[in-house]
Design a binder for this molecule. Structure first.
Ligand SMILES: Nc1ncnc2c1ncn2[C@@H]1O[C@H](COP(=O)(O)OP(=O)(O)OP(=O)(O)O)[C@@H](O)[C@H]1O
Length: 590
């Protein structure tokens, strides 16, 4: 989250830009409806002014012996006025909440759409708590602010303008005396609003950390329990709750300055009007009588309530501007991996995959590949082996454009993958990776996820090939628990393999695909994978070298460099790193 300027300024240019952005994207097309809301709240404001005028007349009828009929008439019209206001008090929130909910639904959908387009790199550097906070809480906060807060504020503002106008018309002198304290109030608002913004920003960060903390704890509960780390986790989260409490109190103490200042100002003004107005009546010649002073005072009472609400609105506005900026950050996040206008959908999916002079680093300080050159022959089986952290998975991430190379190029069938539409490129792969996404649904549904239009027979065939069909029959529709927590690692892996069978794309990526299986099951599934990989370009990343001996070509990687390449037999014959690794693994098995 970007730190906002804390200059003593009610609206920064960034705030104004954000408001314009929100208006243009989410409210502009509803302008006629907003116009209707504005019309209705204007009527509500005018009701007060009319009420004042009528009260003054009513008082005169009482004070200056008017007829009973006139009094009844005044009472009737006053009732009618407030009945109108009541009707509008029902209609305005209904309409404004409808408008705001629609605007915010559109915003949520845009955010989800945008989030799904963001590069993987964004998710690898952003705390999930921050993302959830934006999509859930902050958007919700904005929704109620736009729906109820702003419309209420417009009504209050119009009430202040109309009633003030009327009071000025009645007695400019008394009104001038009454508003003499307003500049003090404005100064206070400006001073406090910067503070509110600053605290709100910190509070959002604290909430983000808290949510991420909860998520990490829940996800890692198995480790937390086994290693008896409950008390550490408790302390960690308690610390976060302390931070949130402090910030909430700080925020409230800054906001709490508004209502009492208004109360003090009101007291001051009432005294001025009663004293000054009374004096004017006593002196005579000012055109003011008792009825006008009472209704003037009533006018001020009416004025102060919306003024107090407006002050509250301004403090809320400062907090909401922080929410708006934070939410908008997602839209400003650059998307690097995307289609350009000359990207194509058609390419030779069976062609060779070549890395030419590829340079790549996740972090510029620690380059991973300095000059990588490999060729993965189309329709053949290529294995990539090497120590942990040597860059095997990164090669798969580059081929699928989860990341783009910094220099050099990767081609499939001699077409640079950056010139292929991202969706078309990724459609060319079936992947069995280490991080298997399992949803809290049945195994069946989990397999179907990869190909929602697959027929029942196709899903059964995939499940049989991956040796998971028996478990489907046993578990039936039982959901698998969050993240598939009710399955073993090997069972999850078999779901991933079943998905690969079901999707059956021309390029098969197997990243430690069978590492969680026992050797007997691994052997059987490898035979099935062998059938699946027929006529497909297959890339196998594996630690267990027994699973790569049949590969047409093996690349041996060491700290981002290819140190050996060849078939199993060739590599064994050279007696290099591969042969050493193979020998030591064989020893472990025997
Ligand atoms: N998203 C990332 N951000 C920053 N660094 C990363 C990221 N992913 C991997 N790395 C780093 O890049 C290097 C290569 O990682 P990679 O996952 O490609 O290795 P690997 O050979 O597949 O390892 P393993 O056999 O353990 O799966 C490692 O040093 C790792 O720390």
């Amino acid at each position: 989250m970007s730190e906002l300027s804390t200059k003593k300024q009610m609206f920064t240019s960034q705030d104004i830009d954000n408001i314009k952005w929100f208006w243009n994207l989410y409210l502009k097309d509803k302008a006629p409806w907003l116009g209707l809301v504005l019309g209705m709240v204007s009527i509500q404001a005018v009701v007060y002014q009319q009420f004042l005028a009528l009260t003054e007349n009513g008082l005169r009828v009482i004070f200056e012996e008017g007829s009973l009929g006139q009094l009844v008439m005044v009472c009737f019209v006053v009732f009618l006025l407030f009945a109108t206001r009541a009707l509008l008090s029902y209609a305005v929130p209904r309409l404004s909440v409808w408008l705001a909910s629609n605007a915010v639904r559109k915003m949520r959908q845009d955010m989800i759409r945008h989030l799904l387009r963001l590069d993987l790199a964004y998710f690898e550097k952003t705390k999930s708590g921050d993302i959830i906070l934006k999509l859930v809480n902050q958007v919700d906060g904005l929704s109620s602010f736009v729906g109820q807060g702003t419309v209420g504020a417009v009504r209050d503002f119009l009430t202040v303008v109309v009633v003030s106008g009327y009071l000025i018309y009645k007695s400019p002198l008394l009104f001038a005396a009454a508003i003499i304290v307003i500049p003090v109030l404005i100064l206070l608002m400006v001073a406090v609003s910067a503070k509110i913004k600053e605290i709100q920003q910190k509070a959002e960060n604290a909430f983000g950390n808290y949510m991420s903390g909860i998520e990490e704890m829940v996800n890692g509960m198995r480790t937390v329990k086994i290693s008896g780390q409950e008390s550490r986790e408790r302390e960690r989260l308690f610390e976060a709750t302390d931070g949130i409490r402090d910030l909430t109190i700080n925020l409230n103490s800054a906001q709490a300055l508004f209502p009492p200042s208004i109360d003090l100002v009101s007291a001051f003004v009432y005294v001025l009007v009663i004293g000054g107005g009374g004096y004017m009546v006593l002196q005579g010649g000012s055109g003011m009588d008792a009825a006008s002073i009472i209704s003037f005072l009533l006018g001020l009472v009416i004025l102060f309530d919306p003024m107090r609400l407006l002050a509250g609105f301004f403090s809320q506005l400062q907090a909401s501007l922080i929410l708006l900026a934070s939410v908008r950050n997602i839209y400003n996040e650059p998307i690097k991996i995307t289609d350009h206008e000359n990207s194509v959908s058609e390419f030779d999916k069976q062609g060779d995959i070549s890395f030419s002079n590829v340079k790549f680093a996740y972090d510029p300080q620690h380059p991973l590949f300095a000059d990588l050159n490999i060729v993965i022959e189309g329709g053949k089986k290529t294995a990539i082996v090497g120590a942990t952290g040597s860059g095997k998975t990164s090669i798969l991430s580059l081929i699928t454009r989860l990341y783009d190379v910094n220099e050099g190029k990767i081609t499939i069938g001699s077409r640079d993958i950056r010139n292929i539409k991202v969706q078309a490129l990724r459609d060319a792969f079936s992947v069995v990776a280490q991080d298997i996404v399992i949803f809290n649904a049945s195994i069946w549904e989990n397999i179907r996820y990869i190909a929602p239009n697959a027929t029942e027979e196709e899903i059964w065939a995939a499940a049989e090939a991956a040796e998971i069909a028996e478990l489907i029959r046993a578990r039936r529709d039982a959901p698998l628990g969050p993240k598939g927590s009710q399955l073993s690692g090997g069972q999850k892996q078999r779901i991933a393999i079943a998905r690969a069978f079901l999707r059956s794309a021309p390029i098969l990526l197997l990243d430690e695909a069978t590492s969680a299986l026992d050797q007997k099951t691994e052997k059987r599934i490898q035979n099935a994978l062998l059938r699946l990989s027929e006529n497909k370009t297959t890339i196998i990343v594996a630690h267990r070298l027994s699973s790569v001996v049949t590969a047409d070509k093996i690349y041996v990687l060491d700290r981002g460099k290819v140190v050996e390449e060849g078939t199993h037999e060739e590599l064994m014959a050279t007696q290099g790193l591969y042969a050493t690794m193979y020998a030591s693994q064989k020893q472990d098995y025997t």
